[in-house]
Design a protein around this ligand. Structure first.
Ligand SMILES: [Zn+2]
Ligand SMILES: [Zn+2]
Length: 385
């Protein structure tokens, strides 16, 4: 698995362009004697592994895409592609599911069918949504789905999962303020959009701090400000872009409504125009009760109850596994990747997937399969308690 992981890390590919990665996955699955389906969401791959006896279908999902980050590492398996790297560990996720698939195909010690789902474009572009739209659950009668993400900051080989929201909904917005350009020494002859933009950045922060219940979670972050080209000209336009993170539909609706209203209000105050685009990207990642209990049982059987955190603080990060969970009951678990020393945090240019957890992650998939699809039902009764 280490070899596969290093190969994937050295050859990162981003959203919907995971051509080599997808071919690598498909070839390995075929070499394990697994029936392979390609082309779902362009570069997505599904392997179908029937067990020794008939039974229900389950889906195990990994993501394959890299990020637009220039890698700062110098080790042998560093990215060979300028401006792209596996900074979120999807190389490790793909590897662990490949390892599990090989074991499951060799042993087939389960009653039912496992679909191993390798999805493209988890970062930003919603490859999971596209797989669902292109018929993932119609082509494969999967009854429940399971996802996993490595988690720096959680001790190596620990697990963390909770019923209900585990990761936030993810939206983006763009606000264009249009004033009237003028000589910077004669501002009274124009309509200054930059002063309005300054007020707007501050005013947007009052949505989270003043308008929602303090015990609800909301982030409104302005992440881009674009205006002007020189020193002595008041620009006609200012573009602000940013992201919104929330957990509940009520908070999400409120954030969108207030961003629109505040932008219009600030524009009216300064006598300029505001155009607001608001786009809902990912729903929140919400763990369904039954699959979550099954995931907890598998993790506990593997590493012991003392290493399974059942009440982690949810993350304001987002996950497009949420789209799979909207279609079928599912559970998404974090696998501890260690302390995150020397910048080894998700999306950091110094990040590298921790190979020490490859075997734990692959074993989790195998354990989960055996518990969910027991060959001898009587023997396993109660094991999911
Ligand atoms: Zn990521
Ligand atoms: Zn990720």
């Amino acid at each position: 698995m280490r070899g596969w992981r290093h190969h994937l890390h050295a050859h990162p590919e981003t959203a919907f362009e995971e051509v080599r990665t997808s071919a690598f996955v498909a070839e390995l699955l075929a070499s394990f004697g697994i029936e392979v389906h390609t082309g779902l969401a362009r570069t997505g791959v599904v392997g179908v592994i029937p067990g020794k006896a008939p039974g229900p279908w389950i889906g195990l999902r990994a993501d394959m895409d890299a990020l637009h980050v220039e890698e700062a590492n110098q080790f042998e398996h560093r990215s060979r592609v300028p401006g792209k790297m596996h900074a979120c560990g999807h190389d490790g996720h793909t590897t662990m599911l490949l390892g599990a698939a090989r074991h499951l195909a060799e042993t087939r010690e389960f009653a039912g069918t496992v679909a191993v789902i390798f999805q493209p474009a988890e970062e930003n572009e919603g490859g999971g949504r596209v797989m669902v739209e292109e018929g993932l659950f119609e082509r494969f009668p999967i009854e429940s789905v399971f996802g996993l993400h490595n988690w720096p900051g959680l001790p190596e080989g620990y697990f963390a999962i909770r019923t209900g929201p585990q990761m936030a909904a993810y939206d983006i917005f763009e606000i264009t303020l249009t004033g009237r350009g003028a000589h910077a020494g004669m501002p009274h002859l124009g309509r200054d959009a930059t002063v309005a933009a300054g007020q707007l950045v501050g005013a947007l922060q009052t949505i989270a701090s003043r308008e929602i219940n303090p015990l609800d979670a909301l982030v409104v972050s302005v992440t881009q400000l674009h205006a002007g080209d020189t020193w002595n000209v008041l620009p006609e336009n200012v573009v602000l872009r940013g992201t919104v993170r929330s957990f509940t539909p009520a908070v999400r609706d409120l954030a969108e409504r207030r961003i629109r209203e505040i932008a219009q209000g600030i524009a009216a105050t300064f006598g300029i125009q505001a155009a607001v685009c608001y786009e809902r990207r990912y729903p929140p990642t919400v763990n369904a009760p039954a699959p979550t209990q099954q995931a907890i049982a598998a993790a506990t059987a593997l590493v012991g109850a003392e290493r399974v955190d059942l009440d982690p603080v949810p993350s304001m990060g987002a996950e497009d596994f949420a789209f799979l969970q909207q279609a079928r009951p599912g559970a998404y678990i974090w696998l501890g990747a260690g302390p995150g020393a020397s910048g080894c945090l998700l999306h950091n240019p110094g990040y590298d997937f921790n190979d020490e957890i490859l075997s734990v992650g692959a074993s989790y998939w195998v354990q989960l399969t055996r518990q969910l699809l027991p060959l001898d039902a009587a023997q396993h009764t109660g094991s999911a308690a």
